[in-house]
Design a protein around this ligand. Structure first.
Ligand code: HEC
Ligand code: HEC
Length: 367
C-alpha cells in the first residue's frame, strides 16, 4: 500500500508546538532548578507558554482541517474504544491527532493554562503583581504556591506521557512523528482516517488573537495604572527620612504596627542605647506619619509577621520569631560581612527593603 507524504501540520501548528516545548523547558528549569533570582525569566517564559496556548485555541476554531478541534477532539466513548483497539493492536490510523493524542493535547493545554492562572495568582497575592493583586490577599499565597507546584508537576508528568505516546505511535506506524512535526508532512494511505477539509481563516484568527492580547496586556499592566489595595505608601515622608537615616537604613512604616511606632517614638531619648531625641513638633509629625502608614494599612507579608514586644524581650525586628525562622539558615558570618554589618541592615540583602515589600524574589545572601 503506497503512502504519499502530504502536508498535515501547518506552519502555525509547528511553530506553536516547538515554541511551547522551548518555553515550557525554560519555565521548568527556572522554576524547579534555578533560584529565586530567575523568577522574572520564569514568569516571562511561562507567560509565553500561556500566550501560545491561547493562540492555539483560537487557531483550533479558525485553522484548516488538521488544526481544528472539531477535526480531532472526540468524546469519552470514542476515546475508550480507541484505547481498547490500541491494546488489541487493531486501531485505525489517524493522520491527524488520534483520539488519545487529542486528549493529551487538551490535557497539556489545560495544564499550561492552570499553571499560568495559579502562577499569576501567586504573584498577585504574594508580590502584588498583575491583575490578581486586586482580588487576593498575601495570606492566600502559601496555598497558591502549593497549587502552582502541583500543576507544574502535572505538566511534567503529562510531558513524559506525551513523549511515551509519540515513541509508541512512531514505532507502531513506522513513521517518525517528531520529524513530521518539523516538516509538517505525513504519509497518507487509503485506509487512514483524515479530518474533513476546512478552509483556514487566518485573518479572523489574527483579529481575535490581537483583541485577546490587548485585554491580557491591560490586565497585566493594571497594577501599574491603578493603585493596588494594600500596597505600602510609595512616597516616604521627607522629615522621617531626614531624621531617621543618620544611624541606620530607613525602616518602612509598614514593618511594624502603629503601637510599636508610638512606643519607639515616645522613647527616642533612649533608642537602642542612643539618644535620638527630636523636638516635640518633629516627633509628633513623624509619629503621625509612621502610625498612618503602619502595618495595619498594608497587605504585605512583612506587615503581618513582625511585632515588637518589649515585655518578652523582643525589641528588634530581628528578635521576632518569624525573622529568626526565615533567617536561621543564613551563616552568621554573612551578617558580619563589611557590606551587611548587622542583622538589622535589611537593605543589604533585600533590594526592596525601602518599599516595605520584602519580596523573597529580591532577597539575596552574598556567598
Ligand atoms: C542616633 C542614631 C539613631 C537615630 C537618629 C535613629 N536611630 Fe533607630 N536605631 C539606632 C540604633 C543604634 C538601633 C539598633 C539597631 C542597629 O544597630 O541598627 C536602632 C534601631 C531602630 C529600629 C529597630 C530595627 C530593628 O532591626 O528592629 C527601628 C524601628 C528604628 N531604629 C527606628 C528609628 C526611627 C523611626 C528613627 C527616627 C525617628 C530612628 N530610628 C533614628 C540608632 C538611631
Ligand atoms: C544577610 C542577608 C539578610 C539580611 C541582613 C536580612 N534578610 Fe530577610 N531574608 C534574607 C533571605 C535570603 C531571605 C529569603 C529566605 C527564604 O526565602 O527562605 C529573607 C527573607 C525575609 C522575609 C520573608 C520574605 C517572604 O515573603 O518569604 C522577610 C519578611 C524578611 N526577610 C525581612 C527582613 C528584615 C525586616 C530584615 C532586617 C531587620 C532582614 N530581613 C534582614 C536575607 C536577609
Amino acid at each position: 500500500m503506497r503512502r504519499a507524504p502530504q502536508p498535515v501540520w501547518d506552519a502555525f501548528v509547528r511553530l506553536f508546538h516547538w515554541a511551547l516545548v522551548a518555553s515550557i523547558a525554560v519555565a521548568a528549569v527556572t522554576g524547579f532548578v534555578l533560584g529565586p533570582g530567575f523568577i522574572p525569566v520564569h514568569v516571562v517564559a511561562a507567560s509565553l507558554a500561556v500566550a501560545l496556548v491561547l493562540a492555539r485555541i483560537v487557531w483550533g476554531f479558525a485553522g484548516g482541517g488538521y488544526a481544528r478541534f472539531a477535526g480531532f477532539v472526540t468524546g469519552p466513548v470514542r476515546l475508550m474504544r480507541y484505547a481498547r483497539d490500541v491494546l488489541g493492536g487493531r486501531e485505525a490510523r489517524h493522520v491527524g491527532h488520534n483520539p488519545l493524542g487529542a486528549a493529551m493535547v487538551l490535557a497539556l493545554m489545560a495544564a499550561v493554562l492552570a499553571a499560568g492562572l495559579t502562577g499569576w495568582a501567586f504573584l498577585g497575592a504574594g508580590a502584588k503583581l498583575g491583575p490578581f493583586a486586586f482580588i487576593l490577599a498575601h495570606t492566600d499565597s502559601p496555598a497558591l504556591a502549593e497549587m502552582h507546584e502541583a500543576v507544574a508537576f502535572t505538566i511534567l508528568a503529562l510531558v513524559a506521557l506525551h513523549l511515551g505516546g509519540v515513541i509508541f505511535t512512531s514505532r507502531r506506524e513506522g513513521e517518525n512523528l517528531v520529524r513530521a512535526m518539523v516538516t509538517g508532512k505525513k504519509e497518507v494511505g487509503p485506509q487512514d482516517i483524515v479530518p474533513p477539509e476546512r478552509e483556514a481563516r487566518p485573518g479572523a484568527a489574527l483579529g481575535v488573537g490581537l483583541a485577546l492580547a490587548l485585554v491580557l496586556a491591560l490586565a497585566v499592566a493594571a497594577p501599574v495604572l491603578l493603585p493596588v489595595p494594600g500596597a505600602p505608601v510609595a512616597e516616604i515622608d521627607p522629615t522621617a527620612r531626614a531624621e531617621c537615616t543618620d544611624c541606620h537604613m530607613f525602616y518602612h512604616p509598614s514593618l511594624l504596627p502603629s503601637d510599636n511606632w508610638e512606643q519607639i517614638m515616645a522613647t527616642l531619648d533612649n533608642h537602642f542605647g542612643e539618644d535620638a531625641s527630636l523636638d516635640a513638633e518633629t516627633t509628633a509629625e513623624i509619629t503621625a506619619w509612621l502610625s498612618a502608614h503602619a502595618a495595619e494599612s498594608a497587605d504585605t507579608r512583612a506587615s503581618k509577621v513582625f511585632r515588637l514586644d518589649p515585655a518578652k524581650g523582643v525589641t528588634r525586628i530581628s528578635d521576632t520569631p518569624f525573622w529568626k525562622a526565615r533567617h536561621g539558615w543564613i551563616d552568621p558570618a554573612a551578617f558580619r560581612s563589611p557590606r551587611v554589618g548587622s542583622r538589622d541592615n535589611c537593605a543589604a540583602c533585600h533590594a526592596d527593603a525601602e518599599t516595605g515589600w520584602f519580596n523573597p524574589f529580591f532577597a539575596e545572601v552574598e556567598e
